[in-house]
Write a protein that binds this ligand. Structure first.
Ligand SMILES: Cc1cc2nc3c(=O)[nH]c(=O)nc-3n(C[C@H](O)[C@H](O)[C@H](O)COP(=O)(O)O)c2cc1C
Length: 345
């Protein structure tokens, strides 16, 4: 079973890398949002400050390398690359699911070596809601955190993926209670995220009511996990059902707006289909505190540190150009920058 699980993770990573698994008709919604260009910025580009504090640590830009697992055989190389790039650019990073590392003797890729490589930046641990359902106690969650000396624990919600995939977890009764138990018992903050279908305002409010103060809405418009499942599901009937849900979910831009309107004070992470620094700037403008990238950085992540670092340097530069051309000296000003909303949409 563990070998099957490890192989499935590896297959999913290869699928995201080699096949078209983006949503087809659903977009993030960022294309309908435009900043009003400021032809008189009165800003010194060199002095633009994108720094922020996340989980008590200083980041040089409000960017998060989102969770990505490829199973134990790829974990060490992926996590080492992510830790080194995060440290050198001052970004936050989240590891992929630690389930296999927690439940087998194979913990490679999830060790205190990550904290040694990234001593200054926020590191986030990761488990799935399915592991909460199959409750193994708070000690299990603490181990996920201690294993990598994380600053917070992410719990990912992936009901669509679970219901579509073979042997997925279909009983989601009691998950919210488990999240509440985890919030109460753990010494560090809990972050709850989706994986590409979005967290609605109603769900965000329920999470906040049990003590979750950091939410990653992970909306639709990027990687479609229904499309990933459709690539490997069998028989044909299961593939067809998964394909039907390829475009399911709340578009990222809408999910950010709705969550921020419902919960003005939470720490909001925006992810799902982020491609560049302009998308990130729009997400910040709509109310995000941090912006997460996964599918669009996978290829460079697998190439190793250099390529990924160059990609993030470009994302940061794009964010700075957006700040410059909206007359924003820092993130607070970027969050107030005037928008033009495309009236065709
Ligand atoms: C190869 C790959 C593996 C992933 N593994 C995890 C995981 O283990 N845990 C998790 O919470 N999210 C996982 N995700 C989901 C991402 O963190 C993200 O929420 C989702 O892909 C949507 O963002 P995107 O459109 O930028 O890809 C994974 C994504 C990718 C591309």
């Amino acid at each position: 079973m563990d070998d099957d699980r490890a192989q499935a993770k590896l297959d999913q990573l290869e699928t995201v890398l080699r096949r078209d698994v983006a949503t087809r008709y659903t977009s993030t919604g960022f294309e309908t949002i435009r900043f009003a260009h400021n032809a008189l910025p009165e800003v010194d580009f060199a002095a633009i400050d994108l720094s922020c504090t996340f989980l008590g640590r200083k980041c040089r830009a409000p960017l998060l390398i989102s969770s990505m697992t490829g199973g134990p055989s790829r974990a060490e190389a992926i996590n080492t690359t992510l830790a080194e790039v995060a440290q050198s650019l001052g970004l936050a990073f989240a590891v992929g699911s630690q389930r296999i590392a927690l439940e087998t003797a194979n913990a490679s890729g999830f060790s205190k070596d990550l904290r040694r490589r990234a001593p200054d930046v926020p590191i986030l641990a990761n488990i799935g809601a399915a592991q909460l359902h199959d409750w193994k106690g708070v000690e299990y969650l603490n181990r996920a955190i201690d294993m990598i000396e994380a600053d917070a624990l992410i719990i990912h919600l992936n009901p669509l993926q679970e219901v579509l995939q073979d042997n997925g977890d279909r009983n989601w009764k009691g998950v919210l209670n488990r999240i509440e138990e985890a919030v109460t018992a753990l010494p560090c903050p809990i972050v709850v995220k989706e994986i590409g279908c979005g967290i609605s305002a109603a769900v965000a409010v329920k999470l906040n009511a049990v003590g979750v103060n950091i939410i990653d809405i992970a909306g639709a418009g990027g990687t479609s996990w229904a499309a990933v499942v459709a690539e490997s599901a069998s028989p044909q009937k299961s593939r067809n059902i998964a394909e039907t849900f390829r475009d399911w979910g709340i578009p990222t831009a809408q999910a950010i707006r709705d969550a921020r309107a419902a919960l003005p004070h939470i720490s909001l992470i925006a992810s799902g289909g982020m491609r560049n620094g302009l998308d990130a700037a729009k997400a910040l403008r709509l109310g995000a505190n941090m912006v997460g990238f996964a599918g669009s950085i996978l290829e460079q992540t697998l190439q190793g540190r250099l390529g990924l670092q160059v990609q993030f340097e470009a994302i940061i530069e794009e964010l700075r150009v957006t700040a410059f051309c909206t007359g924003s000296q820092n993130l607070d000003q970027l969050r107030q920058a005037p928008l033009l909303i495309d009236r065709h949409c």
